[in-house]
Write a protein that binds this ligand. Sequence first.
Ligand SMILES: Cc1ncc(COP(=O)(O)O)c(C=O)c1O
Length: 357
Amino acid sequence: MKSIFFTRGVPPRESIPVNALAECARAVIIDEGIDILQYAPAAGYSPLRELIAQKKNASMDRIILGQGSLQILDILLHCLLHSGDTVAVEQPTYDRVLTLMRRAGLRICPMNLGRDGLDLDNLENKLGNGEQIRLIYTIPDFQNPSGMVMTLEKRKRLIDLASRFNFYIVEDSPYRDLRYEGEAFPSLFDLVPDTTIQLSSFSKLICPGLRVGYAVLPQNLTKTVTHYAEDTYINPSYLNHAIVYRFLQNGLMEDHLVFLKNLYGMRLKSMLSALDKNMPDRCTWTHPQGGFFVGLWLASNDGPALLERAETQGLRLSDGRGFFVHAGENFIRLPFCALNEEEIQEGIKKLAQIIHP
Ligand SMILES: Cc1ncc(COP(=O)(O)O)c(C=O)c1O
């Protein structure tokens, strides 16, 4: 029996533009040779920083490139916070971020994502009662793992709370450009560009293996973060930055994005129709218009038992508890991009049978 992997939150093999990247890599090494193969300043390859700065309408010194955006988040947690400080996260949230926060000794305050999104009443109550939250980590667009998008009202209210109670907002937005239908809300960075820390990445837009991610930082943080990065790894891979830059400069991104949106949009539709057709009424799930994930909530706390039952049917699921600080037994993340439509249909049918035998 061939297994179906609902554990795979990664771009599929067929999404990676191998030939175009090979040409970019060759051209970069031939044209720039020593300059990109030598040690270099820690903030990353200037032409790519400049291009991102133009897109963000920010000065270039506010852009730091890293080896993936997750690494920059790790640096930020160490630069901005001390062990024992309190940070807020959406619950559920990206599991690796919980690991980074735990490893940095931070106290994690989970804010539930309910049917209507992030519970800001709870956050405001906590802040009003003296909770010293130093930073909130949020994924407002096509959240990992739930697929949710934060409403405009909530974006504005979160910004208001951050300015009243003086905490950093870290907006992680690797899925924002992967919208298959509907209109985008302004990002938190668009709404308050001077103070929001925005992270993003080319992992989902080109490929994860180049490890090119970036942060747009408030001006007053750039020196500290860059020094910390330099002390950690001297400089990130200029070669990889330059390959991404070539890809963008050669105008390859526009067509590639159309290709990705078509491919993933069809897979998302297939996932939502399979859920509608097969899932018992008592389960609820998100209906995202983009990204990589649909979040499924079970009517009971059967998740852990389901993992084992799923394995016997050739279905691999992630343990929902990994995305939660507390609980998560009733949550399943359903990544749809790395499965073809046949696998999605068959996988959801099997999952529904396991949930409701
Ligand atoms: C929300 C979120 N942030 C960051 C990352 C990792 O990005 P990068 O490959 O740039 O480190 C992921 C990858 O799954 C993600 O879902």
